[in-house]
Write a protein that binds this ligand. Structure first.
Ligand SMILES: [Zn+2]
Length: 138
């Protein structure tokens, strides 16, 4: 089994497109409103585009009108790692994949969205691959 934490930058560059590499491995951010999953409401599971680990479900996705796919909770708490991020002169909480430590986005708290957690996992579409649920199967 691949240990995704040991993959070198050179190998990531071969595995990912330049755009994916920039966001996943260089903590980049895709522009708002352009991501392919921003408005997706189809039932299914979002996996890490770098390693394939399942990260988020459509059942926790909500429309935050912020320009990026937003979730109020990950699929399971141990699927993501949250780290303090002080880049760009801001204090934010970065969200990375627990399996491969690729950058996914940030999580914001207390914005009053009326979701069960009052958290907004603001995730780049390009960091994820969406798999629609098969009809009749959970
Ligand atoms: Zn991953």
């Amino acid at each position: 089994m691949t240990d995704f934490k040991l993959i070198s930058d050179t190998e990531w560059q071969q595995r990912l497109t330049p755009e994916e590499f920039h966001v996943l491995r260089r903590a980049g951010t895709e522009p708002p409103g352009v991501g392919e999953y921003t408005d997706t409401t189809t039932e299914g599971v979002y996996s890490c585009r770098a390693c394939g680990a399942e990260l988020f479900r459509s059942t926790e996705k909500f429309d935050a009108h912020c320009g990026w796919p937003s979730f109020f909770s990950p699929l399971a708490a141990d699927r993501v790692i949250e780290r303090r991020d002080t880049s760009h002169g801001m204090v934010r909480i970065e969200v990375v994949c627990a399996n491969c430590e690729s950058h996914l986005g940030h999580v914001f708290e207390g914005e009053g969205y009326g979701t069960p957690t009052d958290l907004r996992y603001c995730i780049n579409s390009i960091s994820m691959t969406f798999e629609p649920a098969e009809p009749g199967k959970q």
